[in-house]
Design a protein around this ligand. Structure first.
Ligand code: DGL
Length: 291
């Protein structure tokens, strides 16, 4: 009788541990999502992560909405097959163009960048007047062409703060620089000035880094915009949202340091070099995954 009672309890405890230790799937078109992974690792180091960078098909920002939607569903479904307990679209372009389609077919929760970005932008400063130093408004966004043209952020801002001044700027030159590991120097400074001048002239108070590659250019962007402009890296808020989700369901992994697996669809050596540089630690093994 006692054995009958104990057995199911033991089995269920084991399955809870197994459930907790399932990895979190994180993906981007390339190395940009590593800016999200590094924040997740700081906040939730015990989690196991699988990262995929679609470096054979980067940049997503210049592709058609249909292509990005298909890639998002394809990669998200693959991460689910790898046993991920949740999927994080660490790419704004894939979030605005593909998250709905992926969430419709996924059996695990799917998180993207836009909600996190909005939460980060609005946090704490919504009361400040337009143009006031350190104030929220006008709100600026820098992102890929695909993200800006999708209207996804425009809709999110209109829903949160109808009628408030919002300016979106596509920066198609940034991703190729970052994928090559060029984060400082004259090419970066020229590109930063070219894309950010219009936003600086509008006097934006808060600037959303609406592409996960851009936090790697944050020092150059901050230097150009000046210290009164608040830069929002949505990754921080995303990590908090992920933590809250897992905590609520008792799904946080146990232990102190989880595993990390890296995959890319393109040149593994190039990913290893850029990824190691961006994360500030050597990446040992990059596996290949081609769709
Ligand atoms: N890092 C991605 C984003 O957040 C996409 C960059 C690209 O591939 O164009 O939008």
């Amino acid at each position: 009788m006692a054995a009958q009672v104990r057995e199911p309890v033991a089995a269920s405890a084991a399955s809870i541990v197994a459930e907790k230790s399932r990895p979190i799937g994180v993906f981007d078109s390339g190395v940009g999502g590593l800016s999200v992974l590094r924040v997740l690792e700081q906040r939730l180091p015990a989690e196991n992560y699988i990262y995929f960078g679609d470096t054979a098909r980067v940049p997503y920002g210049d592709r058609t909405p249909q292509e990005v939607r298909d890639f998002t569903v394809e990669i998200g479904s693959w991460l689910q097959e790898q046993g991920c307990k949740m999927i994080l679209i660490a790419c704004n372009t894939a979030t605005v163009l593909g998250m709905k389609a992926l969430a419709a077919v996924a059996q695990v929760p799917v998180y993207g960048m836009v909600e996190a970005a909005m939460a980060g932008a609005m946090a704490g400063v919504a009361g400040a007047a337009a143009g006031e130093a350190g104030g929220l408004w006008p709100l600026g966004l820098i992102a890929t062409k695909g993200t800006v043209e999708s209207g996804g952020y425009q809709a999110a801002v209109a829903a949160k703060a109808p009628g408030k001044p919002f300016y979106a700027q596509a920066c198609p030159g940034f991703v190729p620089l970052i994928e090559k590991g060029i984060l400082t120097g004259p090419q970066v400074e020229q590109a930063v000035e070219k894309y950010l001048k219009p936003l600086k002239e509008k006097g934006v108070g808060t600037l959303i880094l609406g592409c996960t590659h851009y936090p790697f250019l944050a020092p150059a962007i901050a230097a150009y915009m000046g210290e009164t402009v608040r830069l929002v890296d949505p990754a921080r808020q995303l990590a908090l949202m992920v933590e809250a989700y897992l905590k609520d369901r008792d799904l946080l992994n146990e232990g102190s340091m989880g595993t990390r697996e890296f995959y890319c669809s393109g040149d593994g050596e190039a990913f290893k070099a850029q990824g190691s540089n961006l994360l500030g630690r050597p990446l040992i093994e990059i596996r290949k995954q081609v769709f």
